[in-house]
Ligand binder design. Sequence first.
Ligand SMILES: Cc1cc2nc3c(=O)[nH]c(=O)nc-3n(C[C@H](O)[C@H](O)[C@H](O)COP(=O)(O)OP(=O)(O)OC[C@H]3O[C@@H](n4cnc5c(N)ncnc54)[C@H](O)[C@@H]3O)c2cc1C
Length: 438
Amino acid sequence: MAEPSIYAENFKTDPYWWDAAPPDAEGDVPPPARVDVAIVGSGYTGLSAALELARGGRDVVVLEAQRFGEGASTRNGGMLSGGVNVGKGGDIERLYGADRVTAMLEEASGSFAHLEALIEREGIDCRFKKTGRFVGAHTPAAYRAQADRLDLLNSAADADARMVPRDRQHEEIATEFYHGGMVVERAGGLHPALYHKGLRTICRAAGVKLAAHTVVHGIEGTEGDLTVQTSRGVVRARQVVLGTNGYTGAATPWHRRRVIPVASYIIATEPLGEARVRELFPTLRVIADTKRVLYYFRPSPDGTRVVFGGRASFRSRTALETAPVLYRYMLGVFPQIEGVRITHAWNGNVAFTFDRVPHMGDRDGVHYALGCNGSGVVMMSHLGHRIALKILGKTNRPGAFDNLPFETRPFYHGHPWFLPTVGAWYQMRDWLDRRWAG
Ligand SMILES: Cc1cc2nc3c(=O)[nH]c(=O)nc-3n(C[C@H](O)[C@H](O)[C@H](O)COP(=O)(O)OP(=O)(O)OC[C@H]3O[C@@H](n4cnc5c(N)ncnc54)[C@H](O)[C@@H]3O)c2cc1C
């Protein structure tokens, strides 16, 4: 007998979020010949910078290669954190020292407050909810490591975090997959594409010019006199803001050598009904875990579906190819929903950095915020805003992520040839950890 299909009849390889708010080219204008600030990329980074700059009186154009928001900003999981992921998997204490790490956590905490205030003040209808987050420990050792970090997260990042032992884990999630975990109350979720749509609307109202389907090919000059070559003509600008994150390409080779694009994949199930979803997620929190190759998942904002993401492949694969892998991962956590079908599968690029922290800075008048390391809804919105404040001369001291040494590696030019090997090694380590943990 043929295996039942995992795909619903209306299955598509577009983000679930695009059903409510697809990226568009609304209000597209040809790039002007001269502006104060040209922004490359129309994701959260670019639009957050554009909004503040326009409100600060600058003439701003956003140059976007695709439709507005078509990068990661309308594809992500919409899971929000205010610091728990900063430097995750890296060795930032050794690199930057305890004081700088504390400053990073404090700033990350502030970035959550910034997003909350922005959504509230601008009335952005993006189903934002401060649900909190549960981070499942994949082994007892990972649980102990979480517990060791608890005090720092609570004191520096104001995370309002606490440990949940395995015997009480069912209060958070209907699974045996984890060995307990950490609840972070100061976290939540939103609908990423509606958030982006809200940003587009307020940017337009603030007078930001938006140019879609405009590929930037190169940037020349120095601060005060920059020439931006685009597929729709040349733009002269005093400053450029680079917000290309996991899509950083040949136009900016220096930056490209410093970010590692990594594909992340997501599926959404058909509606299961609110009651069934609440059985799986009793507190309706968003969920992530401590594996090197993590899963991240959540109830859809309307509480009827499971949205499940992870690094299903470290090679270049389509969403269709990786959907069965993610489905298998999802059943590993929730075997009780076997047979449920999926309606959407999609992917997008995040950007890792070699030190695992996001970077902002400037080089010859090109201001950049790059390297979300997988968590950028809050952080990239914040860094985009901060770049604008810096250009406007409104910051009185550098931020914790500003002008850190931004490292690359020999022989790395932006094609992460090492990912399949490193990814396989990480997956093997996760598997061994769990086997040894029993
Ligand atoms: C599948 C997935 C799941 C994720 N889940 C989460 C999550 O749950 N929580 C979280 O916090 N973060 C998550 N993230 C990360 C988050 O989405 C990103 O950090 C964030 O959207 C980055 O915003 P950005 O504006 O910097 O970049 P993007 O939104 O990626 O925008 C970059 C833009 O630059 C444009 N561009 C690139 N080169 C050029 C050029 N030469 N000319 C013109 N335009 C150019 C691209 O077309 C793109 O639109 C996820 C990401 C993915 C892909």
